[in-house]
Design a protein around this ligand. Structure first.
Ligand SMILES: [Zn+2]
Length: 257
């Protein structure tokens, strides 16, 4: 047949080990702080050799899932998730409800009004000009994934311009998470940005109107997050995943106004 290449075996054995152990951790079979079975035991359970288990564990350690402790009480322990997850793990984290759009929404909506307020006060003319140039570039960019980056970049600029370096760093992280969510969940053809919202925010900055900036900035963030939640619902539905802990641990959802 033309146009087809033979399918190669896509994964190495240790990658299967990584996926099996990751699944066991994310589904809550092994909880944070709990030790995995010994290498020998895992090798027996998974039907592979100990070096393969060791390689799988090494990968999971580097990806932030496991912590290796030495000594007599040592072993591979399940870690709390603190670092920004690897892109390839992000889909699993969403699927198993370890990271939710609602988590992101709570952080962003807490920060957004204050950052916008400060940026209206503190953004230098040079920074405002950079934002203006960025917005002008939207009209000529056609590729949707590039546009997503540039939409996020506006919010990174806003964070950088606020004058509080701690907020700037947190905002960069929030946008990293936002982009990870979007890249994982969003069909490439969907645009979840309202044309003109960024112009209104920038206008408020230029007028040095802190309250207006906070208001339009926060409303914009809420719109985006609401659309992201819809994407999340669709994404989970497509995966057919509804996990029991959803109902147990569900916190009160963000009020939509
Ligand atoms: Zn935006």
């Amino acid at each position: 047949m033309q146009g087809f290449k033979k399918i190669k075996r896509a994964t190495n054995l240790y990658e299967d080990v990584v996926n099996e152990i990751k699944k066991a951790i994310l589904s809550g079979k092994y909880k944070t702080g709990e030790a995995l079975p010994s290498e020998t035991e895992l090798a027996r359970m998974l039907g592979v050799s100990r070096p393969v288990i060791r390689e799988g564990i090494r990968v999971l350690q580097s990806r932030g899932f496991l912590e290796i402790r030495r000594g007599i009480t040592g072993g591979a322990f399940v870690r709390e998730l603190y670092q920004l997850p690897f892109m390839e793990d992000f889909a699993d984290l969403i699927r198993y409800r370890r990271v939710k759009v609602d988590h992101l929404a709570r952080a962003r909506l807490l920060l957004e009004p204050e950052v916008c307020r400060l940026t209206a006060q503190n953004a230098t003319p040079k920074m405002l000009k950079e934002m203006q140039d960025l917005l002008a570039s939207y009209a000529v960019i056609k590729e949707h994934d590039k546009l997503d980056n540039l939409y996020a970049l506006f919010h990174r600029f806003v964070g950088r311009a606020c004058g509080n370096p701690i907020y700037s760093i947190i905002m960069e992280n929030i946008m990293d998470f936002t982009e990870s969510f979007i890249r994982t969940m969003k069909p490439v053809t969907t645009i979840i940005h309202n044309d003109g919202d960024h112009d209104k925010i920038l206008e408020a900055f230029k007028q040095r109107d802190s309250e207006k900036a906070a208001e339009v900035g926060t409303r914009h963030a809420m719109d985006i997050l609401r659309e992201m939640k819809e994407l999340e619902d669709t994404y989970l539905e497509l995966l057919g995943s509804k996990y029991p802990e959803d109902d147990e641990n569900e916190q009160e959802e963000i009020e939509e106004s």
